[in-house]
Design a protein around this ligand. Sequence first.
Ligand code: CP
Length: 302
Amino acid sequence: MMKLKHIISARQLDKKTLQKIFSVTDKIKSQKFNKNALSGKIMATLFYQPSTRTRLSFESAMLRLGGSVITTEDAAEFSSAIKGETLTDTIRVVNFYSDVIVIRHPESGIADLATKYSNIPIINAGDGVGEHPTQGILDLYTIFSKFHSPDFTVAICGDHANYRPHHSLSYLLSLYPKIKIIYVSPKLLSMPRELKQHLINKKIKFSETEDFQSAVARADVVYQGRIPKEYLGKDYKKYLDRYVLDKKVLKNIKKNAIIMHPLPRLNEIAPEVDSDPRAIYFEQAQNGLFIRMSLLLLLLGP
Ligand code: CP
């Protein structure tokens, strides 16, 4: 297993490291962990973009492990960024006050930049249209909790150009050569070329289509993503109702498939789908807590 210092990109992870993260997560899930493991440690959460799940699950994770949290829930507005302080100065200073920094920022690459100015671990909680690695890890954990052999088809639907969870999940899936990926999106919102080249280099079988119905009918994992208003501007309305998973679509999805979404959702999954046993997006969000506890333990634990 590789030594984890920072968590910036799903690309930095290998299978052995993921297995270790998942085995610690399994123990946490079954309540086999030291509730004071991180006593005396402080986590700083710097969120320059809104969040419910990522920030609160990281904070809950730290508190459940006996650590403490300092936070700026709207760092763009309520930190000294508003006075013009650079992010790199902020990182240098917050290093004195905490043992780990979790950062979400609208600019792609900023978490990586932060590592150059930090002696303590930096965790990327989403950087612009780049990546959201801890989301990818919890997504993969959720998939493997349902499919034990990595030999299945995943349909990833939505905006692949701008939606970072799709990028991190794709990098992680690329570690498993038998997995097949169907990318469903309007042509203008297709996967970045660099990511497709990565899949080609890794010999991963993937296809691209605009045909939502046919793709979800063939998939074992239906992964719906949000249409990100914050990056598409008023264009987002054009795409909002393009791929809606409702009861009608549900009829064509495999009996043993799973339906996932990183949440928050807009119109991508109708609430009428929530009671279907294949819909596991709330379980997925809960796994976010366990995965983030595992990551904090691996980064800061004894
Ligand atoms: N999935 C996710 O990142 O959700 P939040 O934006 O609420 O953190």
